[in-house]
Design a protein around this ligand. Sequence first.
Ligand SMILES: CC(C)(COP(=O)(O)OP(=O)(O)OC[C@H]1O[C@@H](n2cnc3c(N)ncnc32)[C@H](O)[C@@H]1OP(=O)(O)O)[C@@H](O)C(=O)NCCC(=O)NCCS
Length: 155
Amino acid sequence: MGDLIIRQAGLGDAEGIAEVLQEIAAAGKRSRPSDLSFATANYLTHPDQLRCAVAVRGGCVLGFQSIRIAVEGNPYGAPVGWGVIGTHIRPSAARQGVGRALFRVTLEVAKARELAAIDATISRNNAEGLAYYSAMGFVDYRSHHGAVCKSFTVD
Ligand SMILES: CC(C)(COP(=O)(O)OP(=O)(O)OC[C@H]1O[C@@H](n2cnc3c(N)ncnc32)[C@H](O)[C@@H]1OP(=O)(O)O)[C@@H](O)C(=O)NCCC(=O)NCCS
């Protein structure tokens, strides 16, 4: 099966990231765009991006985690200066510790950037997403429009 490698994503990972999004969409867990240009613009070249880490095994991108800086007027309504996190793992690789491994790396980035906290905004109906962020130590701090916002305080 090979080792799980966590590394910073580069432009060459756009296809792998899009494939992860498409597998999640095919499983009925995503309705937002999942194409190559969306993957590139949202996770690889976005101006607010601090880091996008990919989890790779045997040359296959199993999942990725992005962290952005919350700027004035950010669409998540997160406090300015916080990190905003997003995590996507192929359903075929779920519950194998990939998300946990990615968060270890993202947290190091948050510490290095001296972020006060990280926001995770999750649909109220997304039980696995809510359970994952709770398991990583995030706690509820507000909710809006069918979403639950969890925060992680960076020490
Ligand atoms: C939610 C998601 C990121 C979890 O990633 P993952 O790699 O499967 O998570 P891990 O295997 O590292 O699990 C870490 C912990 O999270 C919790 N967890 C993860 N998935 C869970 C599930 N389906 N049900 C209950 N708890 C879950 C568990 O506590 C787990 O620890 P354990 O397996 O030792 O009990 C992944 O399922 C996913 O990408 N889902 C679709 C996209 C999404 O909803 N993203 C999150 C909102 S942006």
